[in-house]
Design a protein around this ligand. Sequence first.
Ligand SMILES: Cc1cc2nc3c(=O)[nH]c(=O)nc-3n(C[C@H](O)[C@H](O)[C@H](O)COP(=O)(O)OP(=O)(O)OC[C@H]3O[C@@H](n4cnc5c(N)ncnc54)[C@H](O)[C@@H]3O)c2cc1C
Length: 261
Amino acid sequence: MAGTLIEIARHTLSGEFRRIDPRQAKVVLLEGSDRVLAAYPPDLSEKARTQLVKLGVDVRTGSRVTDIDEECVRYTGKDGEQRLASRTVIWSAGVAASSLGKALNVPLDRAGRVPVGGELSIPGHPEVFVIGDLAAATSDGKPVPGVSPAAKQMGRVAARNVLAHMAGKAPENFVYKDYGSLATIGRKAAVAMVGKLKFSGYPAWLFWLFVHVYFLIGFRNRLMVMTDWAWAYLTFKRSARVISSAINTPRAKPRDEAPTQ
Ligand SMILES: Cc1cc2nc3c(=O)[nH]c(=O)nc-3n(C[C@H](O)[C@H](O)[C@H](O)COP(=O)(O)OP(=O)(O)OC[C@H]3O[C@@H](n4cnc5c(N)ncnc54)[C@H](O)[C@@H]3O)c2cc1C
């Protein structure tokens, strides 16, 4: 998100406004832990940080946000309490599970997820299955991440277990197959982890593109996405724009108008 925002400000929107210069926008990434992308190994986190800095993002790790209002963000960083003036704040520190979980009347975890057993059903209720983001499942003793491959794999196992239940057979246990993780940071910048293989930068970004196109259904979709991406890559343009009128906001001195005599 931070990488994309700075690219939009520096490239996509540059020259689109008469009164402001979007290239002057600052993007500050506040990260509570001591490294970005904490789900990745430390060396890939460091690669991600370097790529973000190269794009122009001000990365501040070890910075825990304590308050946000319409004019600033307050956080506790390495130098104590800090105030960062900002009118645009994007909060991305985790998601909560659907409130549907509460209807099951079972103890939920901190994120509101339903703890499930190995066969993905609720303890004491072999006929009730919870899968995907709503399930707090474990595989080989490790928590299953809230990502779509895990949700799809759980769906298949739950379906087979429903059939097994109906046939009076024993259910199977869920084992998460981790095919790897990819995170895109910006243009030609990404990190990738596939099995023991770890790579970053342009190769990881190309791999990310390939994987996303490969998993699209249908030739037409693939062709359209590739054409769209190629256009965006070559021209720095995005096909969508949201234009809003800034009524009641003080207007800055026009950059491209001659000073009043
Ligand atoms: C911003 C963002 C980026 C992500 N990026 C990635 C990524 O790059 N790669 C990746 O693998 N994963 C990514 N994920 C995670 C991924 O989207 C989820 O893990 C995946 O969608 C989980 O699937 P699911 O079927 O459990 O839940 P969902 O896809 O959320 O589907 C649940 C559905 O249930 C509906 N619903 C909720 N409550 C009710 C109700 N009471 N009645 C009826 N319907 C209801 C919801 O509207 C929703 O359509 C991302 C998630 C977010 C938020």
